[in-house]
Ligand binder design. Structure first.
Ligand SMILES: NC(=O)c1ccc[n+]([C@@H]2O[C@H](COP(=O)([O-])OP(=O)(O)OC[C@H]3O[C@@H](n4cnc5c(N)ncnc54)[C@H](O)[C@@H]3O)[C@@H](O)[C@H]2O)c1
Length: 359
């Protein structure tokens, strides 16, 4: 075992006891996956601000119910944590996990502002351990992985343009213009960094309000950006698209393109209409990716190897999202500051970064 983790014996099995913080849509899915599909791990405990949700998940997946996330994190019988409570709780809970030297799969975003994300990177750097993996699950999606492979093989030549779109049916309660960037666009900003293996250099963002009920919130945002390697990108983020959930990418290279298309359901022909079902949300679109993400995370914790997308990736995406917010505020392009004061990632994050998260 690495990362300072000792896995407790559970009825003779070397299963890792995972504490799940937040038993809503995403936390319940992770708990179900841990219970049903992930080798060498089990749900050890569950907590939620709404106790009845924690009880329902524990009844289905096992584990004790805790009233307080800190109690769960502090329990010596819990080896590692999944943080799936609301965005604004992530940074403080992740820091508590680092303090207790416990590995974490922290849902995105790592933090809702740059300062908090930076504190987490600093805490890991001081400790000298990478304990946090951030829930950028696209890195485990078979189509995204195939696209990464095609780019790495040079099949389409040097990438020059990334065109992404990300549409959700309706906005989460309390959505603000900045939430669209830190909660939603962080996935796309991470996908640019991961697929192109380049940092984001400059962003220019415009937005419009398309939903009267959202009272001035820019629910449709268009991010234009350039990268350190000279690529261009456009990212459409539309959180009230209404019709379904879709994520797509077209990567244009000097000799061809790679297209990550929304998966195709069968066509149904009926009464002169041909129809095709679309995904309603991320839970169906990325079903397999969530299982692969947890499987790899559990394996990494067991084997003591660095996690997939780490705190540095969470921090870099926060820095890029923050530059997007600046661009929206000023109406001008914003440079993305060099994330660690011109020194590049601390050595802790510079080594052993998997080229491809399938590894
Ligand atoms: N990676 C992805 O694809 C993906 C998809 C959806 C959501 N998310 C992220 O997962 C997190 C949860 O999202 P969700 O869709 O499950 O939301 P949700 O509202 O369905 O669930 C959140 C749960 O957290 C509970 N909660 C609130 N405050 C808490 C606290 N302080 N401690 C413990 N529990 C608390 C709520 O009662 C609720 O049950 C968010 O951060 C979101 O951004 C990631």
């Amino acid at each position: 075992m690495g990362a300072g983790v000792s896995v407790h014996n559970c009825a003779g099995a070397e299963d890792m006891a995972v504490g799940v913080i937040g038993a809503g849509g995403m936390g319940a899915r992770h708990a179900d996956n841990l219970h049903e599909a992930i080798p060498r791990a089990r749900v050890g405990g569950v907590t939620d601000a709404d106790g009845s949700r924690a009880e329902a998940v524990a009844a289905r997946c096992g584990g004790a119910v805790y009233r307080d996330p800190l109690e769960l994190i502090d329990d010596d019988g819990i080896d590692a944590l999944v943080i799936a409570s609301p965005d604004e709780t992530h940074a403080a809970l992740a820091l508590e996990c680092v303090r207790r030297r416990k590995p974490v799969l922290c849902e995105k975003p790592l933090a809702t502002n740059v300062e908090d994300a930076r504190r987490i990177v600093a805490a890991e750097t001081d400790l000298g351990e990478r304990l946090i993996q951030v829930g950028f699950m696209r890195r485990y999606d078979p189509q995204h992985l195939a696209a990464a492979d095609a780019l790495a093989a040079g099949t389409v030549g040097r990438p020059v343009l990334f065109k992404g779109w990300h549409r959700t049916r309706r906005a989460a309660p309390g959505t603000t213009t900045e939430f669209v960037l830190f909660n939603t666009a962080v996935h796309d900003l991470d996908a640019v960094r991961w697929l192109l293996r380049q940092e984001i250099a400059e962003v220019y963002v415009r937005g419009v309000n398309t939903d009267r009920l959202l009272d001035g919130v820019l629910d449709l945002q268009l991010i234009e950006l350039s990268t350190t390697g000279g690529c261009l990108a456009t990212l459409e983020i539309y959180v009230t698209a209404g019709y379904g959930y879709e994520v797509g990418v077209e990567l244009v290279g000097e000799r061809g393109t790679v297209h990550i298309a929304p998966p195709q359901a069968p066509f149904v022909r009926h009464e002169q209409v041909r129809s095709q079902r679309l995904d309603g949300d991320w839970l169906s679109r990325f079903r397999d990716a969530y299982v692969a993400e947890l499987t790899r995370w559990v394996r990494a914790v067991h084997d003591g190897v660095p996690p997939g997308p780490d705190a540095w990736d969470g921090y870099a995406s926060a820095v890029a999202a923050d530059a997007c917010a600046t661009s929206l505020r000023t109406g001008t392009p914003a440079r993305v500051p060099d994330a660690w004061d011109g020194h590049g990632p601390p050595a802790l994050y510079a080594s052993g970064r998997p080229r491809n998260d399938r590894a």
